[in-house]
Design a protein around this ligand. Structure first.
Ligand code: SF4
Ligand code: SF4
Length: 129
């Protein structure tokens, strides 16, 4: 889930500590809108091994075929297609769903951005904070 339009974003993409709305869990409806949002799909160093193994590629092959520098040049991002969709979005789903980056897994509960509800179909479910 790209974070390029995240000026003024809430939380940090890739963060796995903060819960932005304790008591509410937004359940993803897999509409894929966030995978089509232009911007970086942040890849952290400790995520490279599991995704490479999942794709049956060496880490070097994975990095060279599927990643680029982030916009701020501080780390890697998964690349996008010419239409700005994430390269991993295929046939209506994420090719690496089981091992997708924390940035993807954390949206929208652990980070989001102003106006995110206009693109995201996740349903709010009450949970114990
Ligand atoms: S890695 Fe998967 S979940 Fe993350 S933006 Fe790409 S297609 Fe979406
Ligand atoms: S429901 Fe929200 S989090 Fe799930 S795929 Fe759609 S935009 Fe992304």
């Amino acid at each position: 889930m790209p974070a390029g339009e995240a000026n003024g974003s809430h939380g940090s993409p890739g963060n796995d500590q903060t819960v932005l709305e304790p008591g509410i869990n937004y359940v993803c409806q897999r509409c894929n809108a966030c995978c089509k949002w232009p911007g970086d799909v942040r890849l952290e160093e400790d995520e490279i091994g599991s995704i490479s193994r999942y794709l049956k590629l060496s880490e070097e092959e994975f990095i060279s075929r599927y990643t680029r520098l982030r916009t701020n040049r501080k780390g890697l991002s998964i690349i996008e297609k010419p239409n700005h969709e994430c390269i991993m979005l295929e046939n209506g789903g994420c090719l690496i769903h089981e091992v997708k980056p924390r940035q993807c897994a954390g949206f929208p509960n652990k980070w989001n951005f102003p106006g995110w509800r206009e693109i995201c179909e996740a349903l709010p479910v009450k949970v114990n904070p």
